[in-house]
Design a protein around this ligand. Sequence first.
Ligand code: EPZ
Length: 446
Amino acid sequence: MQKIQTVGGRRLEGDVRLSGSKNACLAILAATVLPQKGRTVLTNVPRISDVLTLLALLRHLGIPADFTEPGVVSIDASSPTSYEAPYELIKMMRASFSVLGPLLARFGQARVALPGGCDIGARPVDYHLKGLERLGATTTVEHGFVHAVAPNGLRGAGIYLDFPSVGATTHLMSAAALADGITTISNAAEEPDVVATANILNRMGAKIRGAGTKEIVIEGVEALHGTEFRVDADRIEAGTFAVAAAITGGDLYIRDAVKEHVQPVTRKLAEAGVEVRFDDDGVRVRVPHGVALKAVNISASPHPGFPTDMQPPFAALMTLALGTSVITETVYERRFRYIDELSRMGADIKAEASAAIICGVPRLTGAPVAGSDLRATAALVLAGLAAEGRTDISGIQFLDRGYEGFETKLRAVGANIQRVDYADEIATELPLTSELSLARAAGVSA
Ligand code: EPZ
């Protein structure tokens, strides 16, 4: 077993280079099923487990897909051999579900396992299925799989999303690229990941306009071809490192950060008293000497609002800010699991309905804590960078899904952080009593 171990109290200083955007990459990789001819080469791709999972799924479909060198991925979808995506791969990573529409557009049918929920919410796919049906598909759900058929191909249609879902927007935009006729997606997500997906699709020969706004128009084409595309830097990684600078009273230059992508976060950091300066190559984030950060309120909401993925890391920062912060979550129904863990470090934080109420405290103390999903685990690492003493954070498998070399990058700018192996004490030292073994087997704490 592995965990992250930090000893807090160090100011972070120096340069951090961002990796490519996980979420843009995953939407783009699903879309690379579409080109009937030619290779697609992606650059600035992060080597993280979610990307490796999706590459494995593409290969399972008979599509050669892999890293050819660090940061560079090559995919050739000219002759896929299957339109079935197995549960073993889909359950590992929800975004894999978005191969459904492209497979349907290529084969006239597809069979993809339903993704499970996760720790932050039920995460249904009803918008995806309703949208594909609007495009002329018939979908049936049985035995945990979606079987979609469109024997006469997909046809353009008007689609309205009840919620500006990022995944549904990129998924349906990709499927509609090969539909016969015009598709409009209304109440579309406006995230940079949507814009990136539209950009690569247009380089493949698609005709998409309006990406980044609430109304996207896709004029279907006969066929798409491979292309080359560089993935933008990860805006959530940028926000995470900006908070790392803020929570340690440090001074970081975050290279490759894209200003309009990260401003929803840096604006709130500036409101709290952090100094933020953009230039053509990135952004400098520092806490002026002697400045105590102030509590600010945030409402995690669809872009251009404050990104929900930065809600847990920002909450970690607010535990040490002066005053009371109210953090509202409007995207997911249960993204506050990390609160109990921050409380163990001395934070004064409680969840009420869809908000976290945080009263700043003068210090946090290190403790063993458990990460429950990618961004919650990142939040606990950030708290560990500021807490007095040692913090052991389990859940490293979550971090590896979305941050490339997270602790290496933090150590390079002064953090006392390492990845350590450890035996699960309970399993090795104490003979498991029958109750304990039964409880552990059921995955509950005894
Ligand atoms: C993407 O997830 C991101 N993941 C998430 O990042 C991010 O939190 C989310 O967008 C919102 O920005 C990837 O891009 C791989 P949604 P996605 O569809 O597309 C509900 C991270 O930490 N919904 O915008 O799955 C859904 O339950 C991850 O990097 C439906 O009800 O998110 C949620 O409450 C976590 N029915 C809300 O909409 C649907 O058919 C937003 O979900 C689809 C979504």
